[in-house]
Design a protein around this ligand. Sequence first.
Ligand code: ADP
Ligand code: MG
Length: 338
Amino acid sequence: MGKIKELSTVLTNQIAAGEVIERPSSVVKELLENAIDANSSRIEIQIEEAGLRKIKIIDNGDGMVHDDAVLSIKRHTTSKLYSPEQLFRIRTLGFRGEALASITAISKTTIETSTGEDVGTKLTVKGGVIEADEVVPPIKGTTITVESIFYNTPARLKYVKTLQTEMAHISDIVSKLSLSHPDIAFILKHDGNELLRTSGTGDLRQAIAGNLGTTNARKMLSFKGEDNDFVVTGYTSLPELTRSNRNYIFIFINGRSIKNYAINKAIVAGYGSTLMVGRFPITVINIEMDYLLVDVNVHPTKQEVRISKEYDLAKLITQAISQSIQSVQRIPVYGAGQ
Ligand code: ADP
Ligand code: MG
């Protein structure tokens, strides 16, 4: 008799969850991306004890019919990718079909969802197993509540840092998603206190105000640059409004938050000598480009992307920011603009 056996679905999902769900903020990120992909115009995020007690996300998006809700918690089930050709033209934030499978595998989750027609569905899932499947009133949208995160993966729980650190990660996720989606109203509450509220009017400056306050938002300059491959737009702070680290430089490619050192450097370079050493601007930059020039299928957490023509892009960004900064400089900048 051989000794090899196929892993059970519950076990596979728990193992894979370790890759996708690193900490409470990973759950927030995945659930918010789903709410955005579902065309929500309002998303409320209620957090208790930095997500360790509870993460509740209420959206008013498309919702799911009963059978889709049941399928959604299985691995590799998605409504966003049906054919290989689509993989290189991904327009949604999700596409791997593993977030809900992973989240429900390592927590106690309830999913209340309805398309607004007929009936609503409420699933109670624990450790990847559906414990209750109930009919609820058809309120359009989806509410997902995640409790007892990592209850069955104690090793992962050990890596969770202080509540303050975990909450900072959650705030960062909500900032990034609210700044890249000014057309969606975001509300973030922690233990009942409101931390962030954006208007959802579509105006980026208003989304910045919802994140960083009105006073700071008034000290942001708009910029724009364009060549054959890229369009870059956004807001960047006056040289007087700076931070001591790069955490306030928000970079989005085709609506997706990314990390990229070359772009980061290009933004700071646009300030020339107007920034003091060790100070960094507040910047929100949207880069639009052909989906074929950006490869998002690099890592499950999808933060790293590969960009073709990165050097050209960096040059375009530095120019756009530099022009905007120089337009408000009262003292001429010698040697610039040549
Ligand atoms: P992916 O987002 O990669 O498709 P997920 O596991 O995150 O995979 O979600 C699986 C599917 O469940 C999605 O493709 C979508 O059809 C559905 N879904 C998840 N969350 C929501 C939501 N908030 N509103 C509507 N549908 C949702
Ligand atoms: Mg998803």
